[in-house]
Design a protein around this ligand. Structure first.
Ligand code: SAM
Length: 270
C-alpha cells in the first residue's frame, strides 16, 4: 500500500496524467455542468460569500475558481508541483489571486489544525488515492463540528462501469492489475510514466468510511451519469451524452446507476 502511494505520487509529479485529465474534462459543456452542480449545493447549504473552503486535490484549480467566483475564500492544495504551477497561472488569468491561496500539501497528512474549515471540497481525487481511508480521516479531521464535506466519487455499480466490466476485452487494454478490495474495484492502468490507480468505488463502503469519522450523510445524488464522452470522437455524440448528464442531474437525480456520485457529509456537533 505504501509502495502504491509512492507510485501514484511519482506518476502525478509529471505532466502526463494531468494533461490527460485536462483534455478529457476541460470543455465548455463540463464547465456549464459544474456551474449547475455548484449553484445547486451553494443553494441547498446556503453558503454565504466569505465562507472559507479547502479544495483538497485542487489540480488545475478550476473548482477553486468556481468557489471564488461565488465569493468564497479558498485554500487550494495538491501534492503535484507541476499542476500547482498551472493552477497559479489559471488563478492569475482569472484575477482571483486575492481569494485563492495555493499550497503544496498531501491529503494523507494535511498541514492544517483540527476543525480548521467550515467547508471542504474534494472533487474526483479519492479514487486515485491508494490509502483512501487515511485520506478520508484527514479530510474529516480538518472539518469543524457542524461543517460540511462535499465529495465526488465514481460508482462501481453505475451502468457505465458494469457495462465496461462486461466488455473488459475492449476497455481494459492497458489494465495491469484489477483487484477487489472492501473499498471497491481497484484498476491500475499502465501509462508512459507508470501505473495509475482509478478505483471503482463501493458506495456503501464509502459512506460507512465517512460515518466512522464522525460525519453524517446529508445528501447523496447523481453527478455526471456517464463520462463516456471521453472515449467518443463525434462532437454530436459527445453533446448527446452531456445533454443526458444534464437531464439526469436536474430531473432524475438518482445516484444508483450514475457514474459520478456527489456526497455532502456534515461533521457531528457533540
Ligand atoms: C483527477 S484530478 C482532479 C483535480 C480537481 N479536483 C478537479 O476536479 O479538477 C486529481 C488531483 O488530485 C491530486 N492528488 C492525488 N492524490 C493526492 C494526495 N494524496 N494529496 C494531494 N493531492 C493529491 C492530483 O495531483 C490531481 O491534481
Amino acid at each position: 500500500m505504501r509502495n502504491d502511494t509512492a507510485v501514484m505520487e511519482g506518476v502525478l509529479r509529471s505532466a502526463t496524467m494531468h494533461q490527460e485529465w485536462q483534455e478529457n474534462f476541460l470543455s465548455g459543456e463540463n464547465e456549464s455542468f459544474y456551474n449547475r452542480v455548484f449553484d445547486d449545493f451553494f443553494q441547498s447549504l446556503r453558503i454565504a460569500p466569505g465562507t472559507k473552503f479547502l479544495d483538497a486535490g485542487c489540480g488545475p484549480s478550476h473548482k477553486s475558481v468556481l468557489l471564488a467566483q461565488r465569493g468564497c475564500e479558498v485554500d487550494a492544495v495538491d501534492f503535484s508541483e507541476f499542476i500547482l504551477r498551472q493552477a497559479e497561472k489559471y488563478i492569475r488569468d482569472k484575477q482571483l489571486t486575492e481569494r485563492i491561496h495555493l499550497q503544496r500539501d498531501n491529503l494523507l497528512a494535511l498541514s492544517y489544525p483540527d476543525g480548521h474549515f467550515s467547508h471542504v471540497l474534494c472533487w474526483g481525487v479519492l479514487l486515485h488515492v491508494p490509502q483512501v481511508e487515511k485520506a478520508i480521516a484527514e479530510l474529516a479531521r480538518v472539518v469543524k463540528p457542524g461543517g460540511y464535506l462535499i465529495v465526488t466519487e465514481n460508482n462501481m455499480r453505475s451502468l457505465q462501469l458494469v457495462v465496461q466490466r462486461r466488455l473488459r476485452r475492449f476497455f481494459s487494454k492497458n489494465v495491469v492489475r484489477f483487484e477487489r478490495k472492501p473499498s471497491g474495484l481497484e484498476s491500475w492502468r499502465e501509462t508512459d510514466v507508470g501505473p495509475v490507480l482509478a478505483r471503482q468505488t463501493d458506495m456503501r463502503w464509502f459512506i460507512q468510511a465517512f460515518e466512522a469519522q464522525d460525519l453524517r450523510l446529508c445528501q447523496h445524488k447523481a453527478c455526471q451519469f456517464s463520462e463516456i464522452y471521453t472515449s467518443l470522437r463525434s462532437p454530436f455524440l459527445k453533446k448527446l451524452v452531456h445533454g443526458f448528464n444534464d437531464f439526469w442531474f436536474q430531473h432524475i437525480k438518482n445516484p444508483g446507476w450514475a457514474l459520478g456520485n456527489l456526497f455532502i457529509f456534515q461533521k457531528n456537533n457533540h
